[in-house]
Ligand binder design. Structure first.
Ligand SMILES: [Fe+2]
Length: 387
């Protein structure tokens, strides 16, 4: 049985399961050469079908990572923002209208457009909850039978952060934090304020650059922008810094009630390795699994897995221990491509340097052992260029 999973706004991607196991996955940006490609992943779908040697007719289920009709919370937040500032209200309305007309309405056309492009097929189309897709993308491919799950991103349909429990093949959401309280949009605000562009994927640049900075504005952010409410909640003060308006401004813990030892994490916020390191060393959890495609691209996998486990009631079949799922090219193909190109080239022999030293006498790489970590971190290999 084939299940196709789709991510169709930012970080567009497709994943293909065969009998519950991932057999092909790719981000559209690898084909379009547009970072964080936004739109339908036509070429990624084409690649997945070709990799499996099938056509759309063989696909029984298609799963999308979004429920486009869940709009009430966002509409309410837009109305509430009018009490803070007319400018903020206008920015939210403009963005909302663009999202609905360009993306959400188009989602209802996907089944027809897929058949139009790839031929007739009897597949069933499923719209899945965004944060549950993030949760499935990490827990259902982890080595754990049970785990606490933490997802955090800019926003899903309404949820920005979710605490859930995973047990066997089931995911039970325990707590959802909703807009406007979003750690991802907090990133977006700072990104825009600094003059970068959140829609251009610049949040990852800011996240990377943060490690080189000094915490000069820590107290401001800690006391006025993101504050804690009790043990398990936080509040983002959009009246101080709002991601829609940040370019115009100038300014002078997972649930402790959880008894799990394992923690699975996904969502764009989880690309922050400094934060992940602190969760690993300062929380009570002992074992960790982080989805390498932690951003929305991983939701294409999560959506397909949710159909397999929740809609079809099938047991999890697949543990994801690497992220090398895109197209591959042989040396002959690379050489042929090179012959078509006039640019100068040199053949580089890949030498493993990470944590290793070259032994001149033995002529092979010897790994230098690091001190044993205090806790075991199970993290699949990260995806190529994403920060
Ligand atoms: Fe997301």
């Amino acid at each position: 049985m084939y299940i196709l999973g789709l991510t169709t706004m930012g970080d567009a991607a497709a994943s293909l399961l065969k009998d519950g196991k991932l057999i092909a996955a790719a981000e559209e940006e690898r084909f379009s050469r547009r970072k964080h490609h936004s739109g339908f992943p036509w070429m990624a779908v084409e690649y997945c079908l070709a990799e499996a040697g099938i056509t759309l007719k063989d696909v029984e289920h298609v799963a999308l990572y979004w429920k486009p009709w869940v709009l009430s919370h966002k509409a309410w937040q837009a109305l509430r923002s009018a009490t803070l500032s007319w400018e903020m209200f206008q920015a939210r309305i403009d963005r909302g209208v663009a999202q609905i007309s360009e993306s959400y309405l188009g989602m209802f056309q996907y089944p027809a457009r897929l058949r139009e492009r790839f031929g007739p097929s009897d597949f069933k189309f499923h719209y899945m909850d965004h944060h549950e897709c993030h949760a499935a993308s990490c827990f259902l491919v982890s080595p754990f039978q049970s785990a606490a799950i933490l997802t955090a991103d800019g926003t899903g349909e309404a949820t920005t952060t979710m605490f859930a429990n995973g047990c066997c093949d089931d995911i039970t959401p325990r707590q959802r934090i909703k807009l406007p309280n979003s750690l991802g949009q907090f990133y977006s605000s700072v990104t825009n304020f600094l003059g970068f562009d959140m829609f251009g994927g610049d949040e990852w640049k800011v996240m990377g650059l943060a490690a080189y900075g000094k915490p000069t504005y820590y107290d401001f952010f800690r006391n006025q922008v993101v504050t804690l409410e009790g043990k398990n909640k936080f509040r983002v003060h959009i009246d101080v810094l709002d991601h829609h308006l940040a370019k115009r401004y100038q300014f002078s813990k997972a649930s402790s009630e959880n008894c799990e030892e394992n923690l699975c994490m996904a969502g764009g916020v989880m690309f922050n390795s400094v934060m992940n390191g602190r969760i690993m060393t300062e929380s009570k959890f002992k074992n960790f699994y982080i989805q390498p495609a932690a951003g929305d691209a991983g939701c294409s996998l999560g959506a397909a897995l949710l159909v397999w486990s929740r809609k079809l009631g099938k047991p999890a079949q697949f543990e994801m221990d690497h992220a090398y799922w895109g197209p591959k090219f042989s040396s002959d193909q690379c050489a042929a491509a090179r012959r078509k190109d006039d640019r100068r080239w040199r053949h580089h022999r890949l030498v493993q340097r990470t944590h290793g030293v070259r032994s001149a006498r033995a002529g092979r790489t010897q790994l230098r052992r690091r001190p044993a970590p205090r806790r075991h971190a199970r993290v699949a290999q990260p995806q190529g260029e994403t920060a």
